[in-house]
Design a protein around this ligand. Sequence first.
Ligand SMILES: NC(=O)c1ccc[n+]([C@@H]2O[C@H](COP(=O)([O-])OP(=O)(O)OC[C@H]3O[C@@H](n4cnc5c(N)ncnc54)[C@H](O)[C@@H]3O)[C@@H](O)[C@H]2O)c1
Length: 301
Amino acid sequence: MNPEETLNKIKVVGVIGAGGMGNQIAELMARIGGYKVNIVDINIEYVNKGLAAIDGRLEKFFVAKGKMSADEKKALTDRIKGTAKLEEAVKDADFVIEAVIENMALKKDIFKKLDDFSMPHTILASNTSYLNITEMASATKKPDKVVGMHFFNPVAMMKLVEVVKGATTAQETCEVVRALSLKLGKEPVICQDFSYGFLANRAYRGLSTEAVQMVWERVASPEDIDKALKLGYNLPMGPLELSDMTGGWALRASSEEDAVRELGSDKGRLHPLIRMMVRAGYTGGPGKKGIYDFYRDVISK
Ligand SMILES: NC(=O)c1ccc[n+]([C@@H]2O[C@H](COP(=O)([O-])OP(=O)(O)OC[C@H]3O[C@@H](n4cnc5c(N)ncnc54)[C@H](O)[C@@H]3O)[C@@H](O)[C@H]2O)c1
């Protein structure tokens, strides 16, 4: 069957995880894709929080700006059903995308259950940023239908989708996800499940590590390093301020073991400055200190 035909048969989408990415993906699937969406989380409070986030964005960015009527919003939100039961979310879904926390053991457990609970033809995708798709696929009886579909945050704004082909993923599955991404208004790229962070995150990690090294060598202040990269490469944000904002330093520290295993010890090893900052509590993230503060409080003294 050609990918367009398979795509046209998708009517219901299951989204696993109603957190930051899951609720945004659910909204996109319903608003742009026109799908019926079932979204699940571990309890009904988290589900309702995700549904409220969708409602809030639709109100703020569409209804308040006259781009959607209140009736249209209601019709859209009525198509998104929340549940705290995994089986309920996936039993009638033709396409499932998992967006739970970044933990391989949890994801494998979920893929095993998805395999049991979903229909045989259902494609099972993961929104993982870094983890191995082939390993998730191994938990199922249909590894050819398991694929990475990596959206970027914020989902409504960011055009890129990385379609990740695991060692056992069928090319046809990738083509369906590519076609789905195009339908959702995105720009897909297909990549192999070869290393840690697929394409964009893997390359960006190198840029960010070199920026950290320059702070370590006191070549310039974090402000000026970010300014050089923003103006020199037309980036909207510098890598240092981005990790300060998102808490990227803590994430890097907690995933060093995985990165060393997947990228090799040179590339995967945590920079000593990141280790030092995180140990001192300069992890970045909302309300937390990061590398700009560490430079001011420690390095520049
Ligand atoms: N945050 C980003 O910028 C970003 C960007 C791209 C991809 N990702 C990836 O998307 C995934 C989700 O990230 P996030 O930022 O949305 O995380 P998050 O912590 O905001 O949300 C994860 C949600 O998964 C739920 N969950 C945990 N166990 C579950 C289970 N067994 N069943 C159902 N739900 C469960 C949690 O309760 C939580 O609501 C991760 O794999 C992450 O790497 C994140």
